[in-house]
Design a protein around this ligand. Structure first.
Ligand SMILES: [Zn+2]
Length: 613
């Protein structure tokens, strides 16, 4: 049950020393309601709070989306970390030794050591560049430039913007003084090797923007040349830490906001991302000098359902946005496009029209993917000519036909019909024909737009009233008491053993027996950590929140309810078996089974009698 390589005592100490209310309070505004603290759930979008924290049990649970668990679980969900990652980081913050690799693997691999050194070097370089910008004469011109471009002190601080001076070896010397190996730093992308064999700074006379990975560690830089020259923009090369196709600028900081809104805004450049942040768009990320990849899309899909693509308003930006649509839709996103007028990029738009207008016009009023595709399509046809008009209409209808929603199709076709003076019926017929042809092309295939299907399914099942059978409630009740008291667990173990009928309940019971057998004290938060199974953790935390007072009578009732189901199932099995035996002509066997059935029925009667057993 031990979490891979993390010793139980480390997990225990983390749980003991961290207060869930304090940790959650960093992310969620909580208010007190009796034994609970309540707030708006950070994991799903809601207007009235259904997210609760119970300090007494050191657990959280959301009645809206069902997420729940202990403080480690909360941090894992918030930061997108694995269990070992979360424990390691929390232990580090508490100053608990992180040296817990089992014997034989005491020292990290040479590869890991090299990575660690490089992380350290990037962090150091970022601090150095930031210092040069803020505190030295060499940084004055860069500061002036940033101010004219609308960067405030707050932005410079929170994005750790820096300046790499023009000298050839500022960083070379600094890294050398810190004891870093220059050849290693060159391989890691911080330095360059000149033709004469000497090392030189890769970034010179550039405004420096540190790029972090998903865990918030600096893994690369983007540098913008301060004086005239080429290349104007330079990014770190790919390295053992940095992969363009997997890195999204600002993902680490934007994640809580993305998760909460289930929406992410995608930018083409880091400056757009920073400016949008200052305009209040905190769920924005940017690709780093590369087109959007399927890897980017699937990374984001873990946190969001909708993407707003907010690329430049020029032809290149529109083309890139157009290209991103099928990729994002394939990942299951609902896609909208922020329309920037007059060839502007988001940075310019915010400078000219202000942050409120940006949020309203480009984010809130972003158009649907299909609307954007139609606008885009128009640009490539000459609509003043009859021929161009027909070709446009035909392609437009094909696009519309690919949409799954009949209502959406109808509305879009109506617009087209009205604009081009064609009858709606004709367009509908054409769209219908296209859909039929497509369907034949891929028989048995579920049409695209999986997002819509998933969404609809979720809605449908959520609206169905769901009343659990009585034994399910009884099992939950038992588990709740068992988590709080070892003696109760022992009684249930003796009487029911693993005879829980809901599979998840049986699993939790088995874990509880093992947990107490190992000499552990009752502790809900600790037990949940012991489970290390996402599904079971959620169920256990929901169960732990049940507030049913314990009583001997109630305990007996619950055990009886659960036992009755077992007996009923046994009786059913007997009936089937005796029928089978009779059909086979095995009279003796049939008689034996009937005897068995009789004793089961007797047992059933006893169980039903109050105070029975
Ligand atoms: Zn929730």
């Amino acid at each position: 049950m031990n979490a891979g390589m993390i010793p139980q005592h480390v997990i225990d100490e983390v749980l003991r020393r961290l207060d869930i209310a304090e940790i959650v309070g960093k992310y969620v505004h909580l208010s007190k309601h009796g034994k609970y603290l309540k707030g708006l759930c950070p994991f799903h979008s809601e207007k009235t709070p259904s997210f609760t924290v119970t300090p007494e049990k050191q657990i959280f649970h959301c009645y809206g989306c069902g997420k729940g668990g202990n403080v480690i679980k909360f941090v894992m969900e918030m930061e997108g970390e694995t269990f070992p990652e979360a424990v390691r980081r929390l232990a580090g913050e508490l100053g608990i030794s992180a040296d817990w690799e089992p014997a034989g693997r005491h020292s990290p691999s040479p590869q890991q050591q090299a990575r660690d050194r490089l992380y350290e070097a990037y962090a150091y370089s970022a601090r150095l560049y930031h210092y040069v910008l803020r505190n030295t004469d060499a940084g004055i011109a860069a500061m002036d430039y940033l101010r004219t471009r609308g960067f405030t002190d707050k932005m410079i601080e929170s994005f750790v913007i820096g300046y790499a001076p023009p000298r050839r070896d500022t960083l070379v010397q600094a890294l050398q003084r810190q004891g870093f190996d220059l050849a290693e730093m060159e391989r890691g992308g911080l330095l360059r090797r000149q033709e004469n064999g000497e090392y030189a700074d890769r970034f010179r006379d550039r405004i420096m923007f540190p790029i972090e990975d998903g865990a918030g560690r600096i893994v690369a830089f983007a540098g913008r040349l301060l004086s005239d020259g080429q290349p104007k923009y330079l990014n770190s090369p790919e390295s053992m830490l940095f992969s363009k196709s997997r890195t999204l600028y600002r993902l680490h900081q934007a994640r809580p906001s993305i998760r909460k809104s289930r929406q992410v805004v995608l930018f083409e450049g880091y400056v757009d991302c920073i400016k949008a942040w200052s305009a209040g768009v905190h769920n924005g990320v940017a690709t780093m000098g590369t087109a959007l990849t399927a890897e980017h899309a699937s990374m984001l899909r873990r946190f969001a359902e909708e993407v707003i693509v907010c690329y430049d308003g020029d032809d290149a930006g529109r083309a890139a946005a157009h290209k991103s649509i099928p990729l994002l839709e394939a990942a299951g996103f609902r896609v909208r496009i922020g329309m920037l007028p007059g060839q502007m990029d988001p940075d310019e738009y915010i400078s000219v029209h202000g942050p409120e207008s940006f949020v309203r016009e480009c984010i809130d009023n972003a158009v649907s993917a299909i609307k954007f595709q139609l606008i885009y399509l128009r640009k490539s046809h000459i609509l003043s000519e009859e021929d161009g008009k027909i070709r446009y209409l035909r392609e437009a209808v094909r696009l519309v036909a690919s949409r799954d929603s009949p209502t959406e199709r109808e509305l879009l076709l109506k617009d087209l019909a009205l604009e081009f003076g064609v009858s709606l019926e004709t367009l509908k017929q054409e769209a219908h024909d296209i859909r039929m042809r497509e369907k034949k092309g891929k028989t048995g295939d579920i049409p695209g737009g999986t997002w819509n299907n998933v969404w609809n399914d979720k809605r449908a099942s959520a609206s169905l009233p769901n009343i659990p059978p009585t034994y399910v409630t009884a099992e939950r009740q038992l588990l709740c008491w068992m988590m709080q008291d070892a003696d109760t667990a022992a009684i249930v173990q003796e009487r029911l053993g693993d005879d829980f009928h809901a599979e998840n309940h049986a699993a939790i019971a088995a874990y509880l027996y093992a947990y107490y057998a190992e000499g552990n004290e009752p502790d809900v938060g600790r037990f949940i950590a012991y489970l290390q199974d996402d599904r079971l953790e959620r169920i256990a935390s929901a169960i732990a929140l049940m507030d049913v007072p314990f009583g001997e009578r109630e305990l007996e009732d619950c055990i009886r309810t659960v036992s009755l189901v077992s007996v009923d199932r046994e009786i059913e099995r007997c009936m089937e078996a005796s029928l089978h035996a009779a059909r086979e002509g095995d009279v003796l066997r049939a008689a034996q089974i009937l005897e068995q059935k009789k004793s089961l029925e007797k047992k059933r009667k006893e169980l039903q009698r109050p105070g029975g057993f």
